[in-house]
Design a protein around this ligand. Structure first.
Ligand SMILES: [Zn+2]
Length: 84
């Protein structure tokens, strides 16, 4: 069995502005009073298939973490993500 460790989010560079430590996870659902806006971006409460799970706080880019970690994978996110 092989385990592949995921790189930490802060080590990933934004593909648009190429800065590091600017990507935030997008959380969906109604943000509560304790929502941590410094750590996460709010994706709103409407959930639909293939939504991005990362947002750049510098340039506004949104996309999928999977493709940052697997740039050679050209499949559509809908073919990959079993959550939907
Ligand atoms: Zn960016």
């Amino acid at each position: 069995m092989t385990t592949k460790r995921r790189p930490a989010l802060r080590t990933l560079a934004c593909p648009q502005c190429l800065q590091k430590a600017v990507l935030q996870r997008i959380l969906y659902g109604m943000p509560g009073p304790d929502f941590d806006y410094k750590r996460y971006a709010s994706g709103g409460c409407v959930v639909y298939p293939g939504q991005p799970d990362l947002a750049c706080k510098e340039c506004g880019w949104t996309g999928h973490r999977y493709f940052l970690e697997n740039p050679d994978d050209i499949r559509d996110i809908l073919d990959i993500d079993p959550r939907f």
